[in-house]
Design a protein around this ligand. Structure first.
Ligand code: BGC
Length: 423
């Protein structure tokens, strides 16, 4: 790749000349997460919340736990060379400190199946759902939660290291913390009512139990966010102690906050980025070999434009992934796009959405950012948390009655792009 060095605002940037192709070895693929696709996981905080009718029940879903080979065959057929999964903590550690070797064996089989199809595995060790014993005893409000989490992560990473090189500890700490302790729409349903004034998305039914009214949830939120950062750092340290060669990072949801030229709006965007992304990243980046980016939406302060909407009612703004990459690139670690996608049941916008995101990713590479993957969310339709199974993110449609998999047209457009390794 041809590079030109330039000085910009005092910093040393590396501008690459227009790139004909993505770098050799760039990872193209899609992602899923255990609770959203595997089916029949009953010993988690989410399963309990479903029984209490606070979130939709998950049930069998796509039965990916049994049908993963079928799904990986499709990923292969679609030209992917990488795939991101997550491990269900409650399956591996159903009781505190007791690890289920048969379930670890299951995930080894899953990784073997990926390798057999030349799909490079990316493993997220924890994607939102907690084992009941942990959530019931306080979860990440617990003082010893970082050690508990690190013990689980190092056990799994050392069991799976033969099959996988890329691990991330936590998926989207801020989404977990804000939905659980500020909005009150996800377990443990604690709510800080003033959040409504700044909330920019709908994440499900809101609960306001008497016991957690007032300022308390806000304090708990800060404690949880701090513990999550400590948990990541402890898990990183434990995993690397066993095997320094593994690549270990965190997956960060970045909302791209930007603005028009009004100084007040500029300030709002800066503060929002600081609150949403930088506080957590500053606490953890020194314990990251790489950082995963999940990008879904932006918020432009002082913006008059009317955007088309996804089925989640989010602005269609795929080009914003460039800004999100820029925000993370401040930490100067290799970046993996671990999720980026659109809920679009009719498959009207998906192909264009993906193409525009890939264009923006190419621009990021041309400007010298070290971006190494694009993994679309999601390979198959799944359980969209408190919004249930109605939101369709999949490249592949799932018929929940028959479990039939049907490839959506946009998936073939993504395949063409992957095969060209270019736009
Ligand atoms: C999460 C996924 C979720 C997706 C779409 C990300 O925040 O990691 O679990 O399904 O966004 O909302």
């Amino acid at each position: 790749m041809n590079q030109v060095r330039a000085h910009h605002q005092g910093a040393d940037f590396c501008y690459n000349l227009p790139m004909k192709k993505f770098p050799e070895g760039f990872y193209w693929g899609a992602a899923t997460a255990s609770y959203q696709v595997e089916g029949n996981i009953e010993n988690t905080d989410w399963a309990k919340a479903a029984k209490e009718d606070r979130v939709p029940p998950a049930g069998r879903l796509a039965d990916h736990y049994n049908l993963y080979e079928k799904d990986f065959d499709i990923a292969k057929e679609l030209g992917h060379n990488a795939h991101r999964i997550s491990i269900e903590w409650a399956r591996i550690e159903p009781r505190e400190g007791e690890f289920d070797e048969a379930e670890l064996e299951h995930y080894k089989e899953v990784l073997r199946a990926l390798r057999a199809r030349n799909l490079e595995p990316f493993v997220t060790l924890w994607h939102f759902t907690l084992p009941l014993w942990f959530s019931e005893s306080g979860g990440f409000e617990r003082k010893d939660s970082p050690e508990i989490f690190a013990r689980y992560c190092s056990k799994v990473a050392s069991s799976l290291e033969e099959f996988c090189h890329n691990f991330s500890t936590i998926n989207e700490p801020n989404v977990f913390g804000s939905n659980g302790w500020l909005r009150g729409s996800w377990p443990p349903f604690k709510r800080f009512a003033l959040t409504d004034l700044v909330s920019i998305t709908n994440s499900g039914k809101i609960f306001e139990p008497e016991s957690t009214k007032g300022l308390k949830p806000l304090f708990l939120y800060w404690r949880v966010m701090k513990n999550l950062a400590l948990a990541h750092n402890a898990a990183y340290t434990a995993i690397k102690k066993n095997n320094p060669r593994l690549d270990v990072g965190v997956v960060k949801h970045v909302i791209y906050f930007h603005s028009n030229r009004n100084p007040l709006n500029i300030l709002k965007a800066r503060l929002a980025n600081y609150f949403w992304t930088d506080i957590f990243m500053r606490r953890t980046y020194k314990y990251c070999d790489s950082i995963g980016l999940n990008y879904y939406f932006h918020k432009k302060f002082g913006d008059k434009e009317i955007y088309k909407k996804t089925d989640m009612d989010w602005d269609i703004y795929p080009e914003g992934i460039y800004g999100a990459l820029q925000i993370l690139w401040r930490y100067k670690k290799p970046l993996y796009i671990t999720e980026a996608g659109i809920a679009d049941a009719e498959d009207k916008y998906r192909a264009d959405y993906i193409t525009k995101q890939v264009e923006a990713t190419k621009k990021a590479l041309e400007r010298g950012m070290d971006v190494r993957s694009h993994m679309y969310w999601s390979l198959i339709d799944n359980y969209e948390w408190a919004l249930g199974i109605e939101k369709k993110f999949g490249l592949v449609e799932i018929d929940y009655e028959t479990l039939e998999r049907k490839i959506r047209p946009s998936a073939w457009i993504y395949k063409e792009l992957i095969e060209k390794n270019s736009l």
